[in-house]
Write a protein that binds this ligand. Structure first.
Ligand code: CTP
Ligand code: CA
Length: 223
């Protein structure tokens, strides 16, 4: 059984997966975050491990538990996620499925903000590091394959194609998460895989099936 689990086309490969949201503190009891169950990232990590990869799974506080058989690194903030990703390098492939908060609160309060202290709070924001762009644009030790996600609500294909170019990643997995699609928090996904040499529209299918298909493609790409 051991052998069956570690055998497969990705045996001997190190693959990094980021997943889940990040939480950016406002004070010790409050935070801002993106919506993310962590379901798709978790399914991808599991699918890669099933093909024999050594998976380093860097996850924010997700709803779903991390998969078995992967190396789990739990983080809270975007900055911690970047640090964990840098510690995990070098890897053969890196898949960025996390819904990273774009902004953090500048000078988060170290004690709880109280309602009776001077009216409404004013939060000042700072931009978080772009972890995907950082890795995709590495000049030394860049992973062979860097895959990003683009969850969009409008002009999905155009936005995702522009995102791929801007960030410098090899592939973008684009999906439409607008209201009524049931993708956010649901069991299914409807993705378009955008690569440098074209795009593929995948039929709507379970997140587990999306993960399995993506893992197969990653195994092919790494050869
Ligand atoms: N990402 C990241 N670090 C960030 C922001 C995003 O690694 N600070 C990654 C996500 O994991 C995803 C990809 O970048 O793989 C695209 O994220 P998205 O939020 O769609 O892109 P942004 O550049 O933040 O653009 P937007 O203004 O649409 O949010
Ligand atoms: Ca974003």
């Amino acid at each position: 059984i051991e052998a069956a689990l570690t055998d497969g086309p990705l045996r001997g490969r190190r693959v990094l997966v980021t997943s889940g949201p990040t939480h950016e503190p406002i004070d010790p009891v409050r935070y801002i975050a993106n919506r993310s169950s962590g379901a798709q990232g978790t399914a991808i990590a599991r699918a890669l491990a099933d093909l024999g990869a050594h998976v380093i799974f860097v996850t924010g506080p997700a709803d779903v538990p991390p998969p078995e058989g992967v190396e789990v690194i739990r983080v809270e903030t975007a900055q911690q996620m970047l640090d964990a990703v840098q510690d995990a390098l070098p890897v053969d492939a890196a898949i960025f499925a996390a819904a990273v908060a774009d902004w953090r609160v500048k000078d988060a309060a170290s004690s709880k903000m109280k309602k009776d202290k001077g009216g409404l709070p004013r939060l000042e924001f700072a931009e978080n590091p772009d972890i995907l762009a950082h890795v995709a644009q590495m000049t030394e030790g860049r992973p062979t394959l860097v895959v990003g996600f683009a969850a969009e609500t409008d002009d999905v294909f155009a936005n995702a194609t522009a995102k791929r170019a801007r960030k410098g990643c090899d592939w973008i997995v684009a999906n439409d998460v607008s209201d009524g699609t049931g993708i956010m928090g649901g069991a299914e996904n409807d993705v378009t895989l955008i690569a440098g040499d074209g795009a593929e529209d995948w039929p709507r299918m379970g997140k587990t099936q999306v993960a399995a298909r993506l893992a197969e493609r990653i195994a092919q790409a790494l050869g």
